[in-house]
Design a binder for this molecule. Sequence first.
Ligand SMILES: *Cc1c(COP(=O)(O)O)cnc(C)c1O
Length: 361
Amino acid sequence: MKKIPLSRVFINDEVREAALRALNSGSYILSKECEAFEEELADYIGTKYAVLCSSWTAGGFLLHRAMGLKQGDEILVPSHTAFPTIEPMLHFGAKPVFIDIDETYCLDVDLLEASITPRTVGILPVHLYGHPANLDRVFEVGRKHALSVIEDCAQAHGARFKAMRVGSLGLAGVFSFFPSKNLTVMGDGGCITTNDTALAADLRMLRDHGRKSKYIHEAVGYNYRFNEIQAAIGRVELRNVNSLNEHRRRVAARYTERLSDAVKTPPEIEWAYAVYHMYVIRTERRDQLAKHLQSKGIGTGIHYPVANHQQPAVTKIYSDLPKLPHTETAVKEILSLPIYGELSLEDVDYVCDAIFEFFAK
Ligand SMILES: *Cc1c(COP(=O)(O)O)cnc(C)c1O
């Protein structure tokens, strides 16, 4: 039987050789490969700086720390996102103020202003599934109320809002290089992109034990460093990310063309260049469809079955959580279909045929 996974990393001989080169180089942490990767990432995203760190979660934590996030501060954030999006702020005692989603599954920008209180300090839009959030409105609200904007770009390497790559528009963008993401380092990893010189310097200091020179510690920091083997791999992945994203878009177009009469397919707004980290359809018969596809050797996923305002870790802390009707309905109906940079269109057709077979029954 055919086996089609939900996602798969891009790996070729160039990737293998890069890993071996770094392995044999004699330097392993924050050295030449890391410096080159940081420069290439900043250049690609369109910011002055990219600061590598050990994961998205570490990057979010470093950013909140560098910005002085405090107990009781509030950040506007979609509930429909990976749990790690809100994990760093919870460590600081800051409150995620959950915003419902629009049809792109990103935060509904028309709901932002009504959720602002005197304690609100920032907005954290998530470019979920690789589709950019409506950043024009996010920045309009942010400017009007003096809120910082941090972009969660974990699923959106190379996605564009109008002409700009996501991660280059806010105070900072945070990326993940976890193996399922559009750009991976074959392990955990992340980076923060910013144009702010002082912020970049603080992030570099904090990720490496708060030091500015080898033996002088200016602050109590962390070990959230990055390593040479993964940077060498990441540099090759970065050179391929545009063509892999382009292929994801071809896969998405094929799914949409074939499936839009059978299920709800994801929209792409005219100002968006989406990179389809996930291709997410909706149907009320989601669980039965997933089971049927599994029986055909097709991997699927649910991103995410439990929204963050309903997570036990959150409901234990806060009792005044909002009702989010669009989010609460979506989590019951969404299903992620296989998509990755090398998925053949023949396999896409196999998935579509299996879906039609399910609905014909
Ligand atoms: C993967 C992901 C994260 C967490 O990234 P890590 O590198 O695993 O810490 C955060 N936000 C979103 C939207 C993600 O998809």
